[in-house]
Design a protein around this ligand. Structure first.
Ligand code: F6P
Length: 327
C-alpha cells in the first residue's frame, strides 16, 4: 500500500451546488492530516494541460456557500484517448501526486475508473451532479439545492398560471433521470409529472387534465423531465395537448441552467463536507476505486463500477403519492 502524502482534486462534468463545499472539505482534511493538496483546473483537461495549483486552507476560504466550482469544470475529449490519459498520468507523477479525487457525475467516474485501472492510480469519486442518477447514494451533491430552486421557480409560475387560467408545461433537468421532476412535481402540486422511468402516455395525461378541468380547476402545472419522451419534446407535447383543449391557454417554460446554480442548501453543505472528509480518509487508508455515497443518514462507499452502472431507482411510493395528490 503506497503512503499517500499528496492528493489532487478536480471537478468534472456539469457543475452543481456543493462542489465548492466539497473542495473546501477535501483541502481542509488534507491539511488536518498534514498532507499536500493540489487543485486541478478544468477537470481532466486540466490534468492533461498541467493546470496544477497547490491549495491550502486559505485557498478555500469564503466558498462554502458559493455555487459552481472555483476549479472550473469541463468535459474533455482528449481524456477519452489513451494518449491523453498517459499525459495526465505523467503530469501527476511529475508533481509527485499519490491519489486523485474526482468530484463529478457518471461520465467523470467512468473516466476516473478507466484511469485507475490503466495506471493503478488510486481514484475516489465524490458524486457532484444535480441529476441524482448514481447508484449507491440517495443524494448526489447539488440535488437538494436543485430541488429547492425548481420548487421556487414553479411556485412563481403557478402565480401567473392561476392569474391567467393557463396550463403550463415546465421542463426540468435530470438528463435521463426523473428524480428532480418527480420530487419537485410533488412539492408544487403538479397535475401531472412526466418522467422517463414511467411511460405515462399522452392519453393518460389528457384524461388527467380533462378530469381536473371537470373538477373546476382553471389552471394546471405539468412538470416534464427533460429525458421524458411522451412527446418529441416539451413544445411538441404542449402542441398535441392544445389540440384537445382549444380553449385552454397553454404555455411552456424550460427552466434550464438556473437549476445548476445557486448557493448550496444546508443539506448539500453538510453532505459535501462529510463526503470531502471521507474521500481523503479513504485514500489515506488505502481505499480507492470507490464513490463516497450517502444512505440512511450514513456515509458509505460503493465501487465506482457499480455506482456508474446502476441508477437510483424511482421510489414507487413516491409515484403513488403523486397520483393520490392529483385526484
Ligand atoms: O448532468 C447535469 C446536467 O445539468 C443535466 O441535468 C443536463 O441534461 C446536462 O447537464 C446539461 O449539460 P450542458 O451543461 O453541457 O448543457
Amino acid at each position: 500500500m503506497i503512503k499517500v502524502t499528496k492528493i489532487a482534486v478536480l471537478t468534472s462534468g456539469g457543475d452543481s451546488p456543493g462542489m465548492n463545499t466539497a473542495l473546501r472539505a477535501v483541502v481542509r482534511t488534507c491539511a488536518y492530516n498534514k498532507i499536500d493538496c493540489i487543485g486541478i483546473s478544468r477537470g481532466y483537461q486540466g490534468l492533461i494541460n498541467d493546470n496544477f495549483k497547490p491549495l491550502n486552507t486559505r485557498s478555500v476560504r469564503g466558498i462554502i456557500n458559493r455555487g459552481g466550482t472555483f476549479l472550473f469544470s469541463a468535459r474533455s475529449n482528449a481524456f477519452k484517448t489513451k494518449e491523453g490519459r498517459v499525459r495526465a498520468y505523467e503530469n501527476l507523477i511529475k508533481h509527485k501526486v499519490d491519489a486523485l479525487i474526482v468530484i463529478g457525475g457518471d461520465g467523470s467516474f467512468t473516466g476516473g475508473l478507466i484511469f485507475q485501472n490503466e495506471f493503478n492510480f488510486p481514484v475516489i469519486g465524490i458524486p457532484g451532479t444535480i441529476d441524482n442518477d448514481l447508484y449507491g447514494t440517495s443524494h448526489t451533491l447539488g440535488y437538494d439545492t436543485a430541488l429547492n430552486t425548481v420548487m421556487e421557480a414553479i411556485d412563481k409560475i403557478r402565480d401567473t398560471a392561476i392569474s391567467h387560467d393557463r396550463l403550463f408545461f415546465v421542463e426540468v433537468m435530470g438528463r435521463d433521470a426523473g428524480h428532480i421532476a418527480l420530487n419537485s412535481g410533488i412539492a408544487v402540486g403538479a397535475q401531472e409529472i412526466l418522467i422517463p422511468e414511467e411511460n405515462v402516455g399522452i392519453e393518460e395525461l389528457i384524461d388527467s387534465l380533462k378530469k381536473s378541468k371537470k373538477a373546476g380547476k382553471t389552471s394546471s402545472i405539468v412538470v416534464v423531465a427533460e429525458g421524458d419522451r411522451t412527446g418529441e419534446n416539451v413544445f411538441e407535447l404542449a402542441k398535441s395537448v392544445e389540440i384537445e383543449f382549444p380553449n385552454y391557454e397553454i404555455r411552456v417554460s424550460v427552466l434550464g441552467h438556473m437549476q445548476r446554480g445557486g448557493s448550496p442548501s444546508c443539506f448539500d453543505r453538510v453532505l459535501a463536507s462529510r463526503m470531502g472528509v471521507k474521500a481523503v480518509e479513504s485514500l489515506l487508508k488505502g481505499d480507492s476505486g470507490k464513490m463516497i455515497g450517502f444512505e440512511n443518514g450514513n456515509i458509505k462507499l460503493t465501487p465506482l463500477a457499480t455506482a456508474i452502472k446502476g441508477k437510483t431507482k424511482i421510489d414507487p411510493e413516491l409515484i403513488k403519492v403523486s397520483q393520490i395528490m392529483n385526484t
